[in-house]
Design a protein around this ligand. Structure first.
Ligand SMILES: [Zn+2]
Ligand SMILES: [Zn+2]
Length: 262
């Protein structure tokens, strides 16, 4: 049981450190005011929160789900992701998902720069006049940033882009004493997208200060999806035996609502 706890604790460090490291991605390109260019989709994480949350500029959303053959996320996780978006964003003309496989880029473990290059080589959807585009990649390998004590499950690295290390998720789910794969996938996908929606204090202003003082850009509510780690809340250790991912708490939802979301 102790081994289990240790393992799960490591597991929960994952999501979290992965994000904290990439929450503050350097940007030397500035914000492009023309939404109809590729560069509009190459901005820092959190800067398109209002565009994603509201229908002020974009009334629909297209999500590219691209995976390496053999590493397709479960359909339930994709459905949960779309439900999460429908519950939090205003897109009256709909949220569409396009799923397709690519062959392995072949250079795992992947550095952040390699993940960016894979996106740039394979992404086909960019913002158009009324539709905002999102890129997600499900990798056939691990992150090059993994260490003995920190395993990265996913990273939100641009304003409309995130990567999920699906091979690592396979290694850590669906066996004895491991979480259900769909629950783990849903947790990581929605946590990373929470950052893209500007949580916490990452492009979406806080109505009331609830940023974790020790873990920047994360919520200080232990049961919240955006908590950096929660040993007795709904953190990853609590994913064992449960059939749904942690939810956003009231403060994170209030922040999204104040920035144009539901
Ligand atoms: Zn995070
Ligand atoms: Zn929260």
């Amino acid at each position: 049981m102790k081994t289990l706890r240790i393992r799960l604790l490591l597991l929960l460090l994952i999501v979290i450190q992965s994000c904290s490291k990439n929450d503050s991605i350097d940007d030397d390109s500035g914000i492009d005011n023309n939404p109809n260019t590729v560069i509009a989709n190459q901005q820092p994480t959190g800067t398109s929160a209002n565009d994603l949350l509201s229908d002020n500029t974009f009334t629909s959303m297209i999500i590219e789900v691209v995976y390496v053959e053999g590493f397709k996320p479960t359909q339930n996780a994709i459905d949960n992701f779309v439900s999460f978006l429908e519950n939090r964003t205003f897109k009256p003309n709909g949220i569409a998902v396009e799923t397709r496989a690519i062959t392995s880029p072949g250079n795992a473990p992947y550095t952040n720069q390699e993940i960016i290059e894979i996106e740039d080589a394979n992404r086909t959807k960019y913002n158009s006049e009324n539709q905002i585009a999102v890129w997600s990649f499900f990798a056939d390998g691990s992150s090059a940033e993994n260490t003995n004590s920190n395993v990265v499950l996913g990273t939100a690295y641009r304003n409309t882009s995130f990567v999920i290390y699906e091979e690592t998720i396979h290694d850590l789910s669906n066996s004895t004493f491991e979480p259900d794969r769909t629950v783990l996938e849903t947790t990581v996908i929605t946590h990373e997208f929470g950052h893209i929606l500007g949580l916490t204090n990452l492009g979406t202003s806080m109505v009331v200060n609830h940023e974790d003082t020790e873990h920047a850009k994360h919520c200080n509510v232990e049961s919240c999806l955006m908590y950096w780690a929660s040993e007795n809340g709904s953190g990853l250790d609590n994913l064992l035996g449960v059939n749904s991912a942690p939810q956003l708490d009231a403060q994170c939802i209030a922040d999204l609502q104040a920035n144009g979301g539901k």
